[in-house]
Ligand binder design. Sequence first.
Ligand code: CDP
Ligand code: MG
Length: 139
Amino acid sequence: MEKTLVLIKPDAFANHYSGDIIKRYESEGFRIVAMKLMRMTEKIAAKHYAEHIGRPYYEGLVEFMTSAPLIAMVLEGENVIARVREINGKTNPAEAAENTIRKLYAENGSRNAVHASDSPESAEREIHIFFNETEIYGE
Ligand code: CDP
Ligand code: MG
């Protein structure tokens, strides 16, 4: 069964939106197969956001992502990678469609509530930055 990595970023966690966000994923039919509350380190950030190193927003992004706890989880379901990207909406909430998680809960294009893997290759890579095989209860 297809899996994707989702992060409830520090802004959404601090603003108490975690329950609503998790409820949304579950109501869309996805199953949580791994989950933890954690604080991202600079080392984890550099791995997770490797393709963004050197971009003008990178340092601010790492500062934000390491500033406070976040929830990491793995969701499982049919076409979960593409569907969760759709449910999350565009990176900048100002451009995100109505009723997407970013439209509802993001503060701005950096503090934007959630992360989700963008391809099967990204999902495979990102899931294993956050979870060991023994922590994943998938099918
Ligand atoms: O998260 P998503 O895949 O939608 O966007 P991305 O282009 O892969 O960028 C990763 C993350 O970097 C975004 O979710 C934002 O938190 C941050 N970012 C930013 O702070 N400023 C930008 N101009 C672009 C991205
Ligand atoms: Mg991305």
